[in-house]
Design a protein around this ligand. Structure first.
Ligand code: G1P
Ligand code: ZN
Length: 543
């Protein structure tokens, strides 16, 4: 097999956002595109010579093609070993686990997470570092710099290799090891959770559903929930990964997993339901007639994590992204542990986890996880919920009510305005930024601003600073609105407005969240001239 060098034209792209490179699938399918990006990764990390990489993706359209390209290039660049999920599948948390467990030099994950898949939908590639987590800014900046000057890539003239048979093969001088994507991950889960207690719960009259949304968690959920823990067949819905996710949008929220939510809002609904996204890192939690917001879920899991054997010693601390509600902060305070507020994006949790400062972390965007890997982890969250339900013997609703009467309730909602004109969205935020100093003390729609600022983060572990991480507007009475632009969308600009209001334990804990947040939503619309600038009168997605 011969190594060949092919030309690259430097990329004219914008700097990628928080989750690696995400583009329309057809962009990735252009001849040389994947190649020049992969070569940029290898160049940025000091070459691939002698290294071991974990490679896998969420099974979306183009997954295995990109993997074949990647393998030829890894071999041509001198890599010693590639550990690949069978059929090219690895959930993001399972990839993170394999990188750590096998002491790999990194991993390349092929996914556009919860974005739709297909030739006219989205594709993505992300590099994870040896700690198992998404590359930090220094590495992503170096990759970006390489894409701006890349002139050539190296590959191997070779046939595609078989990805469906487990075991070792060779590609040039590189060993390719095809592994069961589920086995190591399932073993990790078994080490953290009380599988006996969960199995007893599932043996009782307790019923549950897990919606894999035609994405990567299907095989994981079937193996763990049905085969290991004894949940009946039919517990896992949409459990076979498909290249276009059953022509759906594999995002576990009340919009895209509506059929599951509708099922759970019926009087005779199952006791518990959950869903995960395209690559298996997000989660949605539901009980009979109750939707648990991701912010509340983080708080509940933190308060009861000690009930799972893996956290029996207690947790070191909690981290949440800035737009996530402060519900977890109250738990941290009660537990007497540290609580951190980080910018949006899982990578900001990595240093805190590596340093042992936090055990649990979460984002309002349906991401929850712990120090067991360096990615958020959908099935992990489901298993921790099940472990807690099994030990406490309460329903999901009872657990939520108990939580709110103990800590109070942080009413919370996110309003997304999608497909906006990018210039209009940027102007809205930059003009708002100029106004921030003039807002304190003024009232809008009956809500008085107490403070408004732009969020910057000082990483307490490596000392780095991240600026411009969103605008915060605080209101009298503890309300808050956050505005920021999405870094993961692929069509125009997405403006995210996060709304929060705190109700103490003695207050009204059972209002509809949109009603509870109406005043703050109106105030922020006035302050930001939302309708005038975006031409929208209502959000596209409300979660
Ligand atoms: C979104 C979420 C963010 C998450 C990221 C990757 O990013 O809001 O919490 O970390 O996806 O899953 P955004 O589009 O807001 O930049
Ligand atoms: Zn995801």
């Amino acid at each position: 097999m011969t190594i060949v060098t092919q030309p690259c034209t430097p990329f004219d792209d914008q700097k990628p956002g928080t989750s690696g490179l995400r583009k329309k699938t057809r962009v990735f399918m252009q001849p040389g595109y994947v190649e020049c990006f992969v070569q940029s990764i290898f160049n940025a990390i000091g070459g691939a010579e002698g290294k071991t990489f974990v490679i896998g993706g969420d099974g979306r359209f183009f997954n295995t093609d990109a993997i074949q390209t990647l393998l030829r290039m890894a071999a041509a660049n001198g890599a010693a070993r590639a550990i690949v999920g069978q059929d090219g599948l690895l959930s993001t948390p399972a990839a993170s686990n394999l990188i750590r467990k096998r002491g790999a030099d990194g991993g390349i994950i092929l996914s556009a997470s919860h974005n739709p898949g297909g030739i006219d939908a989205d594709f993505g590639m992300k590099f994870n570092t040896p700690n198992g987590g998404p590359a930090l800014e220094t590495v992503t900046d170096a990759i970006y710099a390489e894409t701006q000057r890349i002139r050539e890539y190296k590959t191997l003239r070779a046939e595609n290799i078989e990805l469906s048979a487990k075991g070792e093969t060779r590609l040039g001088d590189m060993t390719v090891e095809i592994v069961d994507p589920v086995a190591d991950y399932a073993a990790l889960m078994e080490g953290i959770f009380d599988f006996d207690a969960i199995a007893r719960l599932l043996e009782s009259d307790f019923t549950m559903r897990f919606d894999a949304m035609h994405a990567v968690t299907g095989p994981y959920a079937k193996a763990i929930l049905q085969d290991r823990l004894g949940a009946p067949d039919g517990t896992v819905l949409n459990g076979t990964p498909s290249p276009d996710f059953g022509n759906g949008h594999p995002d576990p929220n009340p919009i895209w997993a509506k059929s599951l939510v509708d099922l759970m809002m019926q009087a005779d609904a199952p006791d518990f339901a959950a869903a995960s996204d395209g690559d298996g890192d997000r989660n949605m939690i539901l009980g009979r007639r109750v939707y648990v917001t991701p912010s509340d879920s983080l708080a509940v899991l933190a308060a009861s994590a000690h009930l799972a054997p893996g956290y029996a010693q207690g947790i070191a601390g909690i981290a949440r992204s800035m737009p996530t509600s402060a519900a977890a902060d109250r738990v941290a305070e009660a537990l007497g542990v540290e609580c951190f507020e980080t910018p949006t994006g899982w990578k900001f949790f990595g240093n805190l986890l590596d340093a042992g400062r936090v055990t649990l972390c979460g984002e309002e965007s349906a991401g929850t996880g712990s120090d067991h890997v360096r990615e958020k982890d959908g099935l992990w969250a489901v298993l921790l919920w099940l472990n807690i339900l099994a030990v406490r013997g309460l329903s999901v609703r009872e657990i939520m009510e108990d939580h709110w009467t103990t800590y109070g309730r942080n009413y919370y909602s996110r309003h997304d305005y999608e497909g906006l004109d990018a210039a209009a969205a940027n102007d809205l935020l930059s003009d708002l930024t100029l106004e921030l100093d003039n807002l304190a003390g003024r009232s809008f729609a009956g809500e008085t601003v107490t403070k408004a600022d732009r969020f910057s983060y000082h990483d307490p572990v490596d000392g780095s600073m991240s600026h411009n991480q969103g605008v915060r507007i605080h209101f009298d009475g503890g309300g808050r609105a956050v505005l920021r632009l999405s870094g993961t969308g692929t069509d125009g600009a997405t403006l995210r407005i996060y709304l929060e209001r705190y109700e103490p334990p003695a207050g009204d804990l059972n209002t509809d969240p949109q009603a509870a947040l109406k005043g703050i939503a109106q105030a922020v619309a006035e302050i930001s001239e939302l309708a005038e600038r975006t031409g929208r009168s209502a959000p596209d997605v409300t979660t």
